[in-house]
Design a protein around this ligand. Structure first.
Ligand SMILES: C[S@@+](CC[C@H](N)C(=O)[O-])C[C@H]1O[C@@H](n2cnc3c(N)ncnc32)[C@H](O)[C@@H]1O
Length: 225
């Protein structure tokens, strides 16, 4: 596997989204509820000895801000397979005099030889063909805590559909908009040796949210070992 063809990657084809991600990374937008909640879930694990956090599908890297504004003790790495997103993330780190090498341009399914203690995937796994591949890679990376916000429901539903809100000329492009069965995800994480708990999403509180006019039921899965 390698970085998907940019011409076919939906995340490369929305100028408004790129601009929003840049503003978020620069901390010019209000903190997203999910970023706040993710940082609050991680906080107790980052209060003592310094730990490595991998932000999977980091976009422009705004989750770094949510961790750092809480004074937590962590080394941050962001990973995303969209060159445009990684460029934004690296630019913002450079502007702040931070090491842009914290951001990796990579498909999470290719993650090998990287070690982290904590992995977080906020709004990312839904867009990947099979949730098991990234979770297996994060387990192999040694993550003692995996925190996932995703579109969870009673059954897995695989959808390969157009986005419809991309730049003019790109709206034929398709991506995954999957929903994962809570039971299947929990069982898979348990098979990797994790104890699994769930948390309601503070933003949606059990309600459906439309994401580019597709129904999403966001909630959290927290896996510890
Ligand atoms: C909805 S955005 C979420 C960005 C950020 N986590 C947030 O919550 O604002 C999903 C991100 O996942 C990335 N992504 C999707 N599939 C990926 C994969 N297989 N490997 C790495 N990144 C991926 C996309 O490029 C995109 O930046």
């Amino acid at each position: 596997m390698s970085i998907p063809n940019k011409d076919l990657n939906i995340w490369e084809h929305s100028l408004p989204l790129r601009e929003l991600c840049r503003r978020r990374a620069l901390d010019l937008e209000p903190e997203m509820d999910c970023a706040r909640q993710g940082a609050e879930i991680l906080a107790p694990y980052l209060a003592g000895e310094r730990k490595t956090v991998l932000d999977v599908g980091c976009g422009g890297g705004h989750f770094y801000n949510s961790l750092s504004r809480r004074g937590l003790n962590f080394d941050y790495f962001g990973l995303d397979y969209s060159p445009a997103m990684i460029e934004i993330a690296r630019d913002v780190f450079k502007l702040r005099g931070q090491d842009p090498g914290a951001f990796m341009l990579e498909d999470v399914r290719d993650l090998h030889g990287f070690g982290c203690q904590i992995a977080v995937a906020v709004n990312t796994l839904s867009f990947i063909a099979d949730f098991r591949e990234p979770l297996q890679r994060l387990s192999d990376a040694g993550a003692e805590l995996i925190v996932v916000r995703d579109n969870f429901g009673p059954e897995t539903e695989i959808k390969w559909e157009t986005d419809g809100f991309l730049d003019p000329g790109s709206n034929h492009l398709k991506g995954y908009w999957n929903r994962w069965s809570v039971g299947e995800t929990r069982e898979f994480l348990q098979s990797l040796g994790y104890d699994v708990s769930q948390a309601e999403d503070d933003h949606c509180r059990g309600r459906m949210e439309l994401v580019v006019e597709k129904p999403y039921h966001w909630s959290w899965m927290i896996a510890k070992r």
